[in-house]
Design a protein around this ligand. Structure first.
Ligand code: FE2
Ligand code: FE2
Length: 335
């Protein structure tokens, strides 16, 4: 196996634009001009252009882009534009999430994994019918999150205290390898990608990722970067941990069936074990602790759970529609 190279050692190149909003953001970052924000108008809040523009602006808070001044993270014009993109995204999430504000009922709704229009979940499809190319596409698209796994949730730590904070940090400690670099979950994911002969450089598959993938990552950044959405961020974290263990079991089985290497299986095996525990800690102490401190946040926590389900359902529908018609789910690839 080739020597391990930290996927985030270098910032990725800027992606290709997908419309006027993402074009304006890329242009501002390239030229260094702090442009006035272009009007968002009636851009589709879940569409490629808005989601990519938002994704690029959020990445300034993580790894940035090659050749782009790090100081752009705090450019007032870009922050104003980010705000104007977040507002319709958040409004569409609130309209689509349909929460009744109850955390327990939102969590029990998650026990049914996100399903596509044909009634299957992605992990069931991959377990039962997945071929190597499906698993490679899935791993490539999910890499936009998993190569920075748990980072968006770390933003919430200064906004919590007491029991919720101690429990949140305990789970994040595991996600970040419990003190061992080789066990950082993002690193385990890079090893999985290597086993599948995928490119592990951070952000490599951004141009290939459709809006429905970008939206799932933007959701975490939106919730993580706004203190006012700390309840929703905790809800998102709970949704991930609650659904991870059974889904990971199916994905590990799928990888084994297609003959992927041990590192590919290890990532999901690790999540079967770890997330069964994380689920309990998040339910009891992160949510329980936050609700004890701030009971008014219950509807926000429920919203975070429901919004996660909404976007995962949209993504599942897209992936399964492509794969059922024997087409690639990646953008810019021959079908
Ligand atoms: Fe993890
Ligand atoms: Fe976890």
């Amino acid at each position: 196996m080739p020597a391990y190279r930290e996927p985030r050692r270098r910032s990725p190149p800027l992606p290709a634009p997908r419309g006027p909003l993402s074009d304006a953001v890329i242009d501002a970052l390239r030229t260094g001009a702090d442009h006035p924000a272009p009007a968002v108008g009636d851009a589709d809040p879940f569409g490629d252009d808005l989601q990519l523009a938002l994704y690029i602006l959020y990445e300034l808070h993580y790894q940035g882009f090659e050749g782009v001044d790090d100081e752009h993270e705090w450019s007032p014009g870009l922050l104003a534009l980010r705000r104007s993109l977040e507002e319709p995204f958040l409004a569409a999430l609130r309209a689509g999430a349909g929460t009744d504000g109850d955390v327990e009922s939102a969590l029990s709704g998650l026990l049914v994994e996100p399903i596509g229009d044909d009634g299957h979940s992605v992990s069931h499809f991959l377990q039962d019918h997945g071929e190597l190319w499906h698993l490679r596409e899935y791993a490539a698209l999910r890499s936009l999150y998993h190569l920075k796994e748990a980072d968006p949730h770390a933003w919430v730590i200064p906004r919590l205290y007491g029991r919720a904070k101690a429990a949140m940090v305990a789970v994040e400690f595991d996600e970040f390898g419990a003190g061992r670099e080789a066990d950082i979950h993002a690193r385990l994911y890079a090893d999985l990608m290597t086993d599948l002969s995928l490119e592990t450089a951070y952000g490599h598959y951004l141009d290939a990722a459709p809006a429905d993938v970008l939206a799932t990552v933007n959701l975490m950044s939106l919730f993580g970067l706004h203190r006012s959405l700390r309840g929703a961020l905790v809800g998102h974290f709970a949704a991930v941990e609650v659904t991870s263990s059974p889904g990971s079991r199916r994905l590990a089985a799928a990888l084994k069936r297609v003959g992927a290497g041990p590192a590919a299986q290890r990532f999901y095996d690790e999540h079967v074990e770890a997330d069964a525990v994380h689920e309990q800690v998040v339910r009891r102490d992160v949510i329980g602790g936050l609700l004890a401190d701030e009971p008014d946040l219950e509807s926000d926590i429920a919203f975070g759970i429901e919004a996660t389900g909404l976007l995962e359902d949209r993504l599942a529908a897209r992936l399964l529609a492509a794969w059922r018609s024997n087409s690639t789910a990646l953008r810019g690839q021959p079908g």
